[in-house]
Design a protein around this ligand. Sequence first.
Ligand SMILES: Cc1cc2nc3c(=O)[nH]c(=O)nc-3n(C[C@H](O)[C@H](O)[C@H](O)COP(=O)(O)OP(=O)(O)OC[C@H]3O[C@@H](n4cnc5c(N)ncnc54)[C@H](O)[C@@H]3O)c2cc1C
Length: 422
Amino acid sequence: MMQEQIFDVTVIGAGPAGLAAALAADHAGAKTLLIEREARLGGILKQCIHDGFGLVRYKEKLSGPEYAERFIEQLPQSGVVTWTLSFVSQIKRDGTDSILIVITREGMKQVRTRSLILATGCRERTSRQIGVHGRHCAGVFTAGTAQYYTNILGKLPTKRCVILGSGDIGLIMARRLTLEGAEVVGVYEAKPTPSGLTRNVSQCLWDFEIPLHTSKTVTRLFGDARLAAVEIASVDACMCPIAGTEEIIPCDALILSVGLIPENELAESIGVPIDAKTKGAVVDEHNETLLRGVFSCGNALHVNDLVDYVSESGEIAGKAAASRSNCARGLVPVECDNSLLYIVPQRICRNAEKQDRLFFFRSARDMDNATLTITKGGNTLYAKKFAHLRPPEMERLPIRLTPEQLVGNEPLRFHLEDSEHA
Ligand SMILES: Cc1cc2nc3c(=O)[nH]c(=O)nc-3n(C[C@H](O)[C@H](O)[C@H](O)COP(=O)(O)OP(=O)(O)OC[C@H]3O[C@@H](n4cnc5c(N)ncnc54)[C@H](O)[C@@H]3O)c2cc1C
């Protein structure tokens, strides 16, 4: 029989969220285990060799590996036990404890933990998920895979490519591949506006004279063993291709940057409720899910725009996981209408000691001079004006809410109104 190892807090995933969570739990005095399936710590940051990480947290422009190193170098002085090349294959629940089955180089291990933090990151949508027609020959990559080939393996995956989708990783790869000598014919985006951060559109496309074509998509692939060309067409307001607008572009690679999906198979396997809008767990302001003792943070919780917020969410989860109790939380639902893409957290604890709450949200569309209001049972608790809101840019909103404001079972409702729709 497998011997069981016991920890106060166990963190799955050693990207920036998991590293911050494990260190925060350790600082709070918890016996902490950090489990990572890859050989090295740092998660996706290992392959992000461009700068721009840590501007909020360190007021410095760090590369991904440099940013990760700021956390990794703290581990030897901490009490965190780290297992790499270790894959969590199964989780079971025993009351509010979690039992993990972990596959390691030394064989299978069983871990019992009082608090579990899921920091498993996200994965990229593929061509199968967006329904591109034609032969799926070699040469179709997600932007993250192209980044891995270029930055980790040192192999250029294309000489002439088309990028579909204007997400941040696609924009960053447009610049990276250009710097490495490949020709990037253009970035094609089905929506009328780019999906990535404004700073990435400017620094990765405009500075390198790479064209951005909005309201266009790839409709077909051509090629036998290797991609030879793609067909591009304009799309209407419902994103349906418009007949007669097709053009064929010769290229040896199609690079996809069409969205990230939080990785939550383990969470779902133990019945953690998932928010249909974020595709991450429903959590309270401590990042505790609706399953007591199970926490979620980083891109597994919702896709963040900046790594600094990923680390912050890990710290919130780590600190709370170390000191968690099973006392009733008195959860108040937090909802948003369709003027917001989503709101996190989706619950707040009426019984929490701290009255300062941190919310993250994205607007549903570009808005100027927008007013955010938070109401409960018809009463306006909070209002704030924003000069500009764009869906790719996530908003971080600290708010003080008193116990008196949280009395009653009505949800807190978030609503945005701009000059266009007032
Ligand atoms: C391909 C890609 C490229 C990106 N590039 C950029 C960029 O250039 N700039 C930027 O600001 N943001 C980028 N991002 C966003 C980036 O993911 C976040 O900023 C941040 O790295 C997310 O941190 P995380 O810790 O939540 O997830 P990750 O960094 O993804 O870490 C999750 C970790 O969990 C581990 N894991 C998952 N499941 C298990 C399991 N069952 N057992 C053990 N370990 C497990 C994974 O191996 C991984 O190390 C990129 C994202 C992706 C997917």
